[in-house]
Structures are given as structure tokens and as C-alpha cells.
Ligand binder design. Structure first.
Ligand SMILES: Cc1ncc(COP(=O)(O)O)c(C=O)c1O
Length: 451
């Protein structure tokens, strides 16, 4: 099969996938055994003939969970912006590695344009940034920079004996604890700060911990504040945390993986007030901004800090052009995929106003869902939402069982959370194309479950 025919076949599969999704917006639940029986996944010695291969790819597409469907409320990703999807496909065809201008050309300029746009939204006037393969990695890079900036000699000496400690809230994403051990520090080096009655980091306790650590010979170096927590959707008090970080010389990092999209809305950017006072911010643009996975960025206030920490002068790689045009010398990665093109495409397509409308619609849907819950005597709202994830219970029914049955009966994909031994359904209105009709449908499906 030649290239043109393969392109045609691929487009046919994509069209079939979209048609299939219209008819079946939720994937039929199948066990792994059934899937393996229906689709031959075994890799063989002699390869596979093209027609057969494309027929397998079609089956795979039609058996994939439908994250762009309006019946998908399961995670903090969803929806799609079609030109961005096309740009993602184009990036695969172009296959430019983003380490140097020589290899990636115009894509380096596109990446710079996107990073500058995002820096302005945060309020970092002169900063820098990088794309990384996943938000967790941006968090790790922030931790490494924070450590290196605190102990300038770290690159030239052993870490032994340096009792570094950092802080994050009990509602924060789990990756901070995970990466602290990757950095050669023990997991207890991250102190978990309790949250207040609104599930926001308790800053009084944060300060108490720092003072006590200093008294006991520890070196506080890092505080992670969250802009929209995973389950309960809380925003930490960034302004107050910034004051403490400044007072005790801590690197302040903001995990705006989820809530960062609010910065695109004049109405909701107030939720992240104080973010501009932090030292670094990480964002997952594949969440509120509905960019195809993955689009994770780390933004720094200091424009030289990435270069200062990750520059290595290697003549077999950086042979041409300014340092500024060769991003690999400010990154832990060398070869890197092109994630910027799809983000630039979405921004260029929608502009500031188009994106603002989408973000505001996510909030409007969440507020509508909240009203529906409040008016329904069978439902109980767990907490007043600040953002776009809504936590609620169906009175007298187990959230785990409802979610499982919704999946098995291919009604809706949604997950549950647990807080203080109570479980509840967590719906996330992250697909900006949804309307009130889709929210009504969600509750109709949930209430139809018989247990
Ligand atoms: C608060 C928070 N930060 C970070 C992440 C990780 O983001 P990603 O899934 O884009 O790696 C998540 C994931 O849901 C999250 O909830």
C-alpha cells in the first residue's frame, strides 16, 4: 500500500470513529479477555500485511474510550478543538525534534510565541518556560531548580547532610512526594500541611512547620501551592503563601495543572490571584484548554533560571544559532516532541476572546450542575464548588456502585472520590463544548441507575 492510500485509509478510520461516537457516545464495557479475543494484539515474527493492519487499527479506534464525547465526565481531560487535533497529526508527520533550531526551525519560534503568551497570562513579564512530557515532570524540574537555587554548591558537592525540606498540602497531587525521592531526598522531606475547612492549605500551620524545621536544623527550600486540587477543587491562598515563601526564602511553585485555564478568563482569573508572585508555575493545557494530550508546561519568573540549571555545552549538538534558539540547553530533555504546534493552533484559531468564551462555558456548566443538585431532593452537594468539578452524592446509594454500573451499562463515564470516609461522585465539566442539555443528560443517566 502506498503513502497516499495509507493516508486515505487513516482518514476513513477517523471518520468512522467520529460516526461511531455519535451513535455510541460511551464505549461498550468489555473485559481485557474479550478485547484480546476480538482483536489480535500479538506481535509476530513476520509482520502484518497493510490491509489487515489498517483493519486492526480501525477495530482499535472503535474500541477506545471516547474522551471527546459529551458523555465523558470521568477525568480532568476531555473535549477537543478540531484544528488542534489536526495540528497534532501534522506534528507527527513533520517529526521535528525540538532540541535545536537547526532541527525544528519555525517550530522553535512557534514554541516561543506560545510560551510568551502563557507567561503574560500568569503575569511573569520577563520569564521563560519549557514544554515537558507530562505535568509530573514539570513538577520534578521545579523541585530540582528550587533545590539547586537554594544550595548553590549542589552541582559540585554531595548532598549528604543537607536536611532539605519542602511543603505541600494534604490535598495536593501525589507527585511531589514521589519526585523528592528521585532527587535523592527522603520522602519525609516533604511535609504535608493540613487544609482548612475549605480544603485550602492552612498557612498558619505552614508557617509553624517552617519555624519548627528551622529550629531543628532543617533547610526549608520549596513550597508547592495548588491552583485547583484534584478531588475537591480548592484553590490554595496564593497571596498568603507568597508572603511566607518570601519571608523564609522558599521557592514557591504553583501547581496550576487544573486551574490554570482560569487565567484565560477575565471573570475567573481572580481564583489564581497571587500566582504572579510565585517563582514557577506548571500547567496542563490538555485539561481546561481541551488541547490534545499531552501539553504540559513549566513557566519560570526568572528568565535565566532554566539555562542556569540545565545548560551543558556540547559541540556535537549545539553547532549553530544562539543559545536562545536551542531549547535543549535549558531542559533536562534532549530530543523532544513538538507539543507547541497544537497549542499555537488552538490559540491562533480561537484568539483570546474565543478561548475566554470556552473557559466561561465550563464554569457556567458547573454552576448549572450545582443548581440541578441543589434543587433535587435525591441528591446532596458535598461542597460549594469553586471551579468545574462537582462532588455530590445520590442519597442512599453507593457512589462506587453507581459509577461502576454507569460504565457497565455504557451510560456515562464518571468517577468517584473519597473524603473523610465518605464517597461521592465527582463530575468534571471540562469539555467546553457541552451545554446544559448534556448536563441534564448526565443527571438523567445517574438517576436511572438501579442498585
Ligand atoms: C492538582 C493536579 N496536579 C497535577 C496533575 C497531573 O496532571 P497530568 O495528568 O496532566 O499529568 C493532576 C492530575 O489530575 C492534578 O489533579
Amino acid at each position: 500500500m502506498n503513502k497516499a492510500k495509507m493516508l486515505g485509509k487513516t482518514m476513513d478510520i477517523i471518520k468512522k470513529y467520529y460516526k461511531h461516537s455519535e451513535k455510541y457516545p460511551v464505549l461498550k464495557h468489555k473485559t481485557p479477555e474479550t478485547l484480546k479475543k476480538e482483536i489480535n494484539l500479538t506481535i509476530t515474527k513476520n509482520g502484518t500485511e497493510s490491509d489487515q493492519l489498517f483493519s486492526l487499527l480501525e477495530k482499535i479506534a472503535l474500541n477506545s474510550p471516547k474522551t471527546n464525547s459529551k458523555w465523558f465526565f470521568n477525568l480532568l481531560v476531555g473535549g477537543e478543538i478540531m484544528p488542534a487535533v489536526m495540528a497534532e497529526m501534522l506534528a507527527a508527520v513533520l517529526n521535528n525534534t525540538m532540541h535545536t533550531y537547526k532541527a525544528a526551525g519555525i517550530h522553535i519560534l512557534i514554541e516561543k510565541e506560545v510560551l510568551n503568551y502563557l507567561l503574560q497570562k500568569v503575569g511573569f513579564k520577563q520569564g521563560d518556560g519549557i514544554f515537558a512530557p507530562g505535568w509530573s515532570l514539570t513538577n520534578m524540574i521545579a523541585l530540582v531548580i528550587a533545590r539547586n537555587e537554594k544550595i548553590a554548591s549542589i552541582k559540585k558537592s554531595w548532598i549528604n547532610g543537607k536536611k532539605l525540606v519542602g511543603y505541600t498540602s494534604d490535598q495536593a497531587h501525589y507527585s511531589t512526594e514521589k519526585f523528592i525521592s528521585v532527587m535523592g531526598l527522603w520522602q519525609q522531606a516533604i511535609r504535608t500541611i493540613p487544609t482548612d475547612d475549605k480544603w485550602k492549605m492552612d498557612v498558619k500551620i505552614l508557617e509553624k512547620y517552617i519555624v519548627s524545621d528551622l529550629k531543628n536544623g532543617y533547610i526549608p527550600f520549596f513550597v508547592n501551592a495548588t491552583g485547583w486540587t484534584t478531588v475537591l477543587g480548592a484553590f490554595d491562598p496564593l497571596q498568603k503563601i507568597a508572603i511566607i515563601a518570601k519571608k523564609y526564602h522558599l521557592w514557591m511553585h504553583v501547581d496550576a495543572a487544573l486551574g490554570g485555564g482560569s487565567l484565560l478568563s477575565k471573570k475567573y482569573k481572580r481564583l489564581l490571584k497571587g500566582i504572579e508572585q510565585s517563582d514557577s508555575v506548571s500547567r496542563s493545557l490538555h485539561k481546561m484548554m481541551n488541547i490534545p494530550l499531552l501539553a504540559a508546561v513549566l513557566l519560570t519568573k526568572d528568565k535565566d533560571v532554566l539555562q542556569r540549571n540545565f545548560n551543558e555545552d556540547v559541540d556535537y549538538l549545539f553547532q549553530m544559532d544562539d543559545k536562545d534558539l536551542n531549547p535543549a540547553n535549558k531542559h533536562i530533555q534532549c530530543g523532544r516532541r513538538n507539543d507547541a504546534l497544537k497549542v499555537w493552533t488552538a490559540l491562533k484559531y480561537l484568539g483570546d476572546t474565543g478561548y475566554e468564551k470556552r473557559i466561561n462555558n465550563e464554569f457556567a456548566n458547573a454552576q448549572y450542575a450545582t443548581q440541578v443538585i441543589k434543587k433535587d431532593k435525591d441528591l446532596k452537594l458535598m461542597l460549594e464548588p469553586e471551579c468545574i468539578n462537582i462532588c455530590f452524592q445520590v442519597k442512599g446509594k453507593s457512589a462506587e456502585k453507581i459509577c461502576e454500573k454507569l460504565d457497565q451499562e455504557w451510560r456515562i463515564k464518571v468517577s468517584y472520590g473519597v473524603w473523610k470516609w465518605e464517597s461521592f461522585i465527582r463530575m468534571v465539566c471540562v469539555n467546553a463544548d457541552m451545554t446544559k442539555k448534556d448536563i441534564d443528560n448526565f443527571f438523567k443517566q445517574v438517576k436511572a441507575i438501579k442498585i
